[in-house]
Ligand binder design. Structure first.
Ligand SMILES: *Cc1c(COP(=O)(O)O)cnc(C)c1O
Length: 429
């Protein structure tokens, strides 16, 4: 499959090249040339297929033949070595738990898949690739873990000092080896701006192959479409109309769900649930897209003021606002509302959610006020990753899972930087 740039001023290119570059030379995001629906029999018999079979059938058109069948199957098998259970909250709402991977974040799937693709392309190319990534919280740990010890790939992670949780910080600063953490004196948008600037810096890019592991990268973005298929597989016999409420920051996850829908997955509607960072909510209300500086919230992995993937969502809907509006609703919630939702889930349903999942739950409830469907909210992180907030809110102690326990005693290693020049000096040194 070839990919085109959404800025339409760069040549179309292969999957391999799109993965290595992340952004097209004209700074546009890559988008697949076509999305061909799967046979309806695929969805009719989905319950009888394994997750790895579903994933292979769903993604192969985007990747073959550049990664051959057998190798792609292997990559999928390694990527999906954990569960994706749906838990029913009540008769109208379920949650799809995406936190059973090694760093307990849904980003594990995209990061592991992308790392293995880059590793595959790198066996025939001895030049080192540097993965440069900005994180508002969860990307860092998932990327660090997914890329650890991948041959020929160095990873440099920028995170905003004091704005990620302790556990998140540990996950991205304690691995060492080919992973370096840079602690930025600023907010997530500062980190993201520095990364963007590095990609545009010809002095830098002439000396090193830089790529990104944010959801702008097609190999991080596309495998997220699996989740929606796994949820459908589990719920299909019970509910006819299924909608998804997706806690959204950069909008990569919800956008991948829309690709699954293009592939033929029956999805009634998408709900992008947001914290106070409401750029898309405003767009859906006014048709005017006005990026803003991000504001800090308790669901910090969604503190994004200018979501990169929204342009892909528009492309998927042929840049037709009415069409988009009939498929997507978007709501925004305050931190207080999020805490109330955490408490409600705990008191009424004995379910311990994390703040991101709680925002998804609120979106599901709002959608159900005027619509009929079974709404699945995506639980994108394990509650212990936001331990203080969750414990303070539900007034219970929760046990640390072994994946988290393992990093808590390790020593943080990070390099502090304040501006772009310091990043550049580091990369060139
Ligand atoms: C990254 C992240 C999100 C937002 O996902 P996007 O694809 O950026 O919209 C939501 N929840 C958690 C826990 C995350 O780490």
């Amino acid at each position: 499959m070839n990919y085109y740039s959404l800025n339409k001023k760069a040549p179309n290119t292969t999957f391999a090249d799109a993965v290595v570059r992340s952004l097209a030379p004209d700074k546009g995001l890559y988008f697949p040339e076509s999305i061909i629906p799967l046979e309806s029999s695929f969805f009719e018999t989905i319950e009888s297929k394994s997750n790895t079979e579903i994933a292979f059938e769903a993604i192969k058109q985007f990747i073959l033949p550049e990664i051959p069948e057998e190798e792609l199957k292997q990559i999928i098998e390694e990527t999906l070595s954990f569960d994706f259970p749906v838990v029913e909250i009540n008769e109208n709402i379920s949650t799809l738990e995406l936190f059973h991977g090694p760093t307990m974040a849904f980003k594990d799937v995209g990061a592991r898949f992308m790392a293995r693709c880059l590793g595959y392309f790198n066996t025939s190319n001895t030049n080192d690739v540097t993965v440069l990534v900005a994180t508002s919280g969860d990307t860092g740990g998932a990327v660090a873990n997914g890329f650890l010890k991948v041959k020929g790939v160095n990873v440099v992670i920028l995170y905003p000092s004091g704005k990620v949780s302790d556990i998140q910080e540990k996950q991205l600063t304690t691995l060492g080896k080919n992973i370096t953490a840079l602690e930025v004196n600023g907010v997530f948008d500062d980190c993201q701006d520095m990364v963007k600037r590095a990609f545009l810096d010809e002095e830098l890019t002439s000396k090193m192959q830089l790529t990104s592991a944010n959801s702008i990268n097609v190999a991080r973005w596309l495998p997220q479409l699996f989740y929606y298929m796994f949820a459908y597989k589990q719920l299909k016999s019970k509910y006819k109309d299924i909608a998804f409420s997706v806690p959204s920051g950069n909008f990569g996850n919800v956008c991948a769900g829309m690709v699954a829908q293009k592939l033929g997955l029956p999805v009634k509607h998408f709900i992008a649930s947001n914290n106070a960072n409401d750029t898309v909510v405003n767009y859906m209300n006014t048709q005017s897209y006005t990026p803003k500086a991000s504001v800090q919230t308790i669901s910090n992995a969604m503190d994004v003021g200018n979501p990169s993937n929204f342009i892909r969502i528009q492309e998927l809907h042929h840049n037709d606002f009415e069409r988009l509006k009939s498929n997507l609703s978007s709501y925004s919630y305050t931190d207080d509302e999020t805490k109330e939702a955490l408490l409600e889930l705990y008191n009424e349903y004995s379910y311990v959610a994390d703040p991101h999942g709680a925002v998804g739950y609120l979106g599901a409830k709002d959608y159900l006020k005027n619509n009929k469907a079974h709404v699945v909210f995506l639980e994108t992180a394990h509650p212990t990753k936001f331990l203080d907030i969750v414990e303070d809110t539900i007034r219970e102690n929760i046990d640390l899972p072994p994946q988290i326990e393992a990093v808590m005693d390790k020593k943080k290693k990070a390099i502090s930087i304040s501006d772009y020049e310091e990043l550049k000096n580091f990369l060139l040194s």
